[in-house]
Design a binder for this molecule. Structure first.
Ligand code: SAM
Length: 298
């Protein structure tokens, strides 16, 4: 029997952590959940079921891990901080379907890990992400095209708004456009800063990305498309044509012509463009570059 009853009870957390001589590490983004309503809700929203495998990043003392383990067939949780391993041994002792992997989520071979740990299972990701690597983790999980059905993650509220912004809206940036290419994002619910110990300076939100089976736009060259998106949003106060020309190192005239061919106003700002326009602009620039290489006069 596990004697730890409620892992989101602040008294229980303090007791477990002090017995293990644990001190929070700010640089590892260690803000642990103490609001008992949040983890069961996240575990439900991520779609964990006996047929599902759940990949978690950063279990902390296992408060979300335990809720996932109650619902999922199997849970594999990646924790970088070695000091938490004996703590997790204790707090998750009741669950035979949980495995903790000690490592850095940015460095592990995730494709291999998923294939080995969840053979034949549908996999979802559910995590209260360390804030210092929110976007890199999300982009890694999306860009590698891992066999994952959805990501349900807690991030800082501002990051949630940015990650879920639609192309054509003010909050949209290069990351939002990239996210839209791979997934359908939505904000599920907000979580106040008082729900964590130690308390962070900002509120959080839980967001969900349902991974698309196919991208919403057809793109000939994905690398070129993402470079274009990065360049278009790179200098937000400039027009698309100026920002793209400066950051991709292309003559302004070439970019202006590509804009015309793509049906994009060269004086528009990147946040005004739809995914279709970004894709068309990327193709038009690619066509112009190919033409120039062949020596054609565009
Ligand atoms: N899931 C717990 C909760 O909700 O209370 C803890 C979440 S805390 C925001 C983030 C966790 O991620 C910490 O346990 C931290 O040690 C871990 N972490 C930080 N960087 C990591 C990395 N690169 N790879 C894996 N885990 C990491």
């Amino acid at each position: 029997m596990c004697f730890v009853k409620n892992l989101s009870d602040i008294a229980v957390i303090r007791d477990v952590l002090s017995r293990h001589g644990f001190r929070f590490s700010k640089s590892l983004g260690q803000n642990f959940l103490v609001n008992p309503g949040v983890c069961p809700r996240m575990a439900e929203e991520c779609g964990a079921s006996p047929e599902t495998g759940v990949l978690e990043v950063g279990p902390g003392i296992g408060v979300l891990t335990a809720e996932l383990a109650k619902r999922a067939g199997r849970v594999v949780s990646i924790e970088l901080d070695q000091r938490l391993l004996p703590v997790l041994d204790e707090t998750l002792a009741d669950f035979s379907n949980v495995k903790i992997v000690n490592g850095d989520v940015m460095k592990l071979d995730l494709a291999r890990l998923l294939a080995e740990e969840f053979p034949g299972m549908e996999v979802v990701v559910c995590a209260n992400l360390p804030y210092y690597i929110t976007s890199p983790v999300i982009m890694r999980l999306l860009e590698e095209k891992l066999p994952i059905a959805s990501l349900t993650v807690m991030v800082q509220k501002e990051a949630a708004e940015r990650l879920c912004a639609l192309p054509g809206s003010r909050a949209c940036g290069a990351v939002s456009a990239a996210v839209q290419y791979y997934a359908e994002p939505e904000v599920l619910f907000s979580v106040g800063r008082g729900s964590f110990v130690p308390q962070p300076n900002v509120d959080s939100a839980v967001i969900r990305f349902r991974i698309r089976k196919a991208p919403p736009v057809e793109v000939e060259d994905e690398r070129a498309f993402f470079s274009l998106v990065k360049a278009a949003f790179g200098q937000r106060r400039k027009t698309v044509a100026n920002s793209v020309s400066a950051l991709l190192g292309l003559p302004k005239e070439t970019v202006q012509r590509a804009c015309e061919a793509a049906g994009v106003s060269p004086t528009a700002r990147a946040e005004q463009l739809s995914m279709e326009q970004l894709a068309a602009l990327s193709s038009a620039i690619g066509a112009r570059r190919a033409g120039e290489e062949k020596g054609e006069n565009q």
